[in-house]
Design a protein around this ligand. Structure first.
Ligand SMILES: [Zn+2]
Length: 464
């Protein structure tokens, strides 16, 4: 039986509470799925817990929240590197994904979630589940594994400008009516299920892949169901061109005219906004998922994140996918988010380690619409907690644990992960997944997928 109460003691607690207090020699007491008490170890020693975890030399902090991820792409990690975006899509990613089976979808999701837990991610937004990946199997895996996930069914009814560039792969095309029907079915079956850990969202593919009428229809359906939406927006300059050429407008005006702005929307990437549009995003409280690794790898550009934060736009962080990142490690993502903007605008003051942590925790909770229940370590919130070890070589000396976490750390330093009060990893051992089996399954499925799809990923150097 899993412990009903857990006392984590002697830790360096990043509470992310409204004062952003750090508690040295701190304790956190969990009862069932809830944080029941947080404070100095001395003050909490009266709590008698079924399990006591000593967090000496460890950071105790809210679980990380990845707001833009593709579970299915873990299986095609390393299969599309150092190529143009057109080739990335046309020759590799869409061909591989267009040959997925439902078993591939489940195996990839398990691989992805195993990596997420190992690197401290407790919640995520999966932005587009194609029917061929098997939504139901993925939702079952989320239920079994114990993480918190917003699962977005992909919505599309056009091949749009992908088709005009002749890059759309037939296996990736979906029918609008079938998309909407499957979303309804999965919403009824899974939304709010698995102890409230699973949400079902609408994953609008991108501009050009969804017709204007369907954008409006989906916005109406999402609000009727009181669920949420996500879509790629402003990742590529083509998005700007598309709305200008076809509607004579900019991205946010298009979004407003199609009812896509609001706190229930997560725009992934959000790179190519004009300065004047940031105010519109802030006023509408539309969320941006900033994906620095993906943006750098695909040379998409630099999102105006410091300006967005100054303007009050809700910004969170996303790892994107296996071929664009190529990890699902949010600690490494925090590092890049804290670094790249300094260089881009020639100012080391524009982004701090603390802001990177806020984006990866509270910002993510806002994007998922769950900031009243997760995202910080305060009494009464759900117990989504991670412990990060500060004793590795790369994080020694831990004179400033916040700095070490963001600038010196990686997901390898994560030691223990708790979601909804349940242990998913303890002392670096996964408890709800058989790690060796997950890896073995991934190797077999990836090799069969490569063979079936005929994609050549030979190294650039000669093999002898
Ligand atoms: Zn994406």
């Amino acid at each position: 039986m899993p412990p009903k109460s857990i006392l984590i003691k002697n830790g360096y607690i990043l509470t992310l509470n409204h004062k952003r207090e750090i508690i040295t020699d701190g304790s956190l007491y969990i009862e069932n799925d809830t944080i029941a008490d947080v404070g100095k170890t001395e003050d909490l020693k009266g709590h008698k817990a079924e399990l006591v975890i000593d967090a000496t030399n460890k950071i105790v902090m809210p679980g990380l929240i990845d707001t833009h991820t593709h579970l299915a792409q873990a299986l095609i990690r390393g299969c599309a590197d150092d190529v143009s975006l057109v080739d990335w899509l046309k020759k590799y990613v869409w061909v591989l994904q267009g040959n997925f089976t439902k078993d591939d979808g489940r195996v990839s999701a398990e691989l992805c979630m195993a990596e997420m837990i190992r690197t401290g991610t407790t919640s995520f937004i999966e932005c587009m589940i194609h029917t061929r990946y098997g939504f139901d199997g993925i939702a079952q895996a989320v239920d079994r594994v114990g993480v918190r996930g917003a699962l977005s069914k992909i919505i599309m009814d056009s091949t749009g400008y992908a088709d005009s560039a002749d890059i759309m792969y037939p296996g990736m095309v979906e029918d609008a009516d079938a998309c909407l029907k499957e979303t309804d079915e999965m919403y009824t079956k899974w939304h709010g299920k698995a102890d409230g850990r699973v949400q079902v969202w609408y994953g609008l593919r991108s501009l050009g892949a969804v017709t204007p009428e369907l954008f409006k229809d989906v916005a109406r359906r999402a609000r009727e169901k009181q669920t949420r939406m996500t879509m790629h927006l402003g990742e590529v300059v083509d998005d700007v061109r598309y709305v200008k050429d076809n509607f004579g407008t900019n991205l946010t005006t298009f979004a407003r005219e199609h009812n896509l702005l609001g706190p229930d929307m997560v725009f992934a990437h959000g790179i190519h906004f004009e300065d004047s549009e940031l105010k519109v995003l802030a006023e509408s409280k539309s969320n941006i998922s900033h994906c620095p690794s993906s943006n750098m790898k695909l040379a998409s550009g630099f999102a105006k994140v410091p300006q967005m934060l100054n303007a009050g736009v809700p910004v969170s962080l996303g790892c994107d996918g296996g071929p664009s990142n190529n990890t699902y490690d949010m600690i490494r993502e925090m590092r890049l988010a804290a670094l790249i903007h300094k260089s881009y605008v020639n100012d080391p003051l524009v982004m701090t380690a603390e802001q990177a942590i806020e984006m990866a925790t509270l910002g993510g909770a806002v994007a998922m619409g769950i900031d009243d229940t997760v995202g910080s370590l305060v009494s009464g919130k759900l117990a989504d907690v991670i412990l990060v070890d500060l004793q590795g070589l790369s994080v020694t000396p831990a004179s400033n644990p916040v700095s070490n976490l963001v600038y010196s750390g990686s997901g390898d330093a994560v030691d223990t992960v708790i979601v909804n009060g349940k242990l998913l990893m303890q002392e670096k051992r996964l408890l709800t997944l058989d790690e060796e089996q997950v890896k073995a399954n991934a190797v077999v499925h990836a090799s069969k997928l490569l063979e079936r799809s005929g994609v050549d990923i030979s190294p650039k150097w000669p093999i002898v």
